[in-house]
Design a protein around this ligand. Sequence first.
Ligand SMILES: Cc1cc2nc3c(=O)[nH]c(=O)nc-3n(C[C@H](O)[C@H](O)[C@H](O)COP(=O)(O)OP(=O)(O)OC[C@H]3O[C@@H](n4cnc5c(N)ncnc54)[C@H](O)[C@@H]3O)c2cc1C
Length: 447
Amino acid sequence: MSSPEPTVLIIGAGTFGTSTAYHLSHQYKDPSRITIFDRWDPKAPLQDKQAAAIDTNRIIRTDYESSMYCDLANEAIHPWFWNIAVQGHFQKTGWVVLDKQGGEFAAKVKQCFIKRGGDYTRDVDREELESKHGVLKGLCKGELGTGYFNPEAGWCDAESATTSFLKVAINNGVKRVTGEITELLLDAKKSRIVGAKTSSGQMFYADKIVLAAGAWTSALLSPMEDLLNISEKDRIERQITAVGRLSAYYSLSESETQSLIDENMPIVVIGGFVDIIPPSQPNRTLKINDLKTEVINTITTSSGKKITAPRLASQSHVPEKLKTQGLSVISKAIPDFTSKNSPARWRICYDAVTPTEDWLLTRHPHPSLSNLTVATGGSFHSYKFLPVAGKYISKVIKGERLSEEMEKAWRWKSEQELKRSGGLEFGAKQGRERVELGGYDGNVAKL
Ligand SMILES: Cc1cc2nc3c(=O)[nH]c(=O)nc-3n(C[C@H](O)[C@H](O)[C@H](O)COP(=O)(O)OP(=O)(O)OC[C@H]3O[C@@H](n4cnc5c(N)ncnc54)[C@H](O)[C@@H]3O)c2cc1C
């Protein structure tokens, strides 16, 4: 008689956790042996679900300088187009990428496309964009270099799509539990991780644990690292940093929305500066992400360790000084529109960012944590992989090999490897300012 399938506890129902549940639910004979946890109630309003995987929209594109991520994004984009489970959430608006003067992202992406056998982009410049789309009048005046339009891109409603993927997993038998995990549990000999405890004191046990807690990964892992006396250089905080970025949401009228839809306004991205995501009729929201201002919230844990983690407050509470800084970036990028309109709301959304902007997808290297799979490091560019990430995460959970290239990119990195310059989101990092969130309102958080 074959042994039963190992039970799996997935912590976090964001991009990596949901994708894991989705894929495992198709691989398991008995998917009820899989449990996925998240602190937010699936029925709660969008603003109460604090996950990078939940937002009005996320950009879906295949454009990467790296052929590995370009391949992966091509693998992911087909389900966005065709998978019945997520149909209706994707808007194929195309996207325009404009580099600031001297930027090389556009040229390198095109090189990557050519190597793969087809560059389906066409050149575009600021004048052309402004004459077609009045909302973009004055776009980054005088500061832009070359750019292109790729019709094979768009954006996705990242609340409904994440929910749809998880619904498939739940319909297949996966259990979804709402609760805050406060502690990871070791066995009596400290030789193996056995489960997790919730804020209400409930214990959940499993053979294998998947930590897919995004920007909250360090907060969960740090007490376990204390318990196992893991040295500073081998702790998770060296691998990832919880970083927040600002999004401004501008409400539009039905007719303003319709005219942007009728003129086929694409997504517009100025690498390292802003991205502008057009509205749909249901959301009537023009969203602008400030890609320049990045915040971190450093916490001193009870054992005296410095870690980064999102603030406990709602992500919609953005300090006024930070809004002013965000506006100064956004209004420089799109001056005409922002002089006439104010954001209806703001958000600081956090992601776990790795120094190289690669994922961190690996079994934990400590021998007592070998049944813990860490799946994080979305680095502001990984929502698009929701349809496929779980395929690779489930391999790691089962101890199967990935390609050499993936293992190298996603492993727990040495000091030397962490120094390798990254730059996957929009090529080489351009003038980002990472500042302490407490500097904006004097609030220094404690765990
Ligand atoms: C502003 C912004 C814009 C972005 N734009 C894009 C884009 O356009 N395109 C793109 O492809 N990617 C984009 N991304 C990146 C993408 O959203 C992330 O890389 C991805 O969602 C990360 O997935 P994750 O599963 O690691 O984290 P998340 O999606 O944040 O999920 C982590 C989950 O873990 C849960 N959790 C954490 N701790 C606990 C606990 N103790 N108990 C219970 N539950 C817990 C959280 O509630 C959360 O639901 C963007 C990210 C941000 C922040």
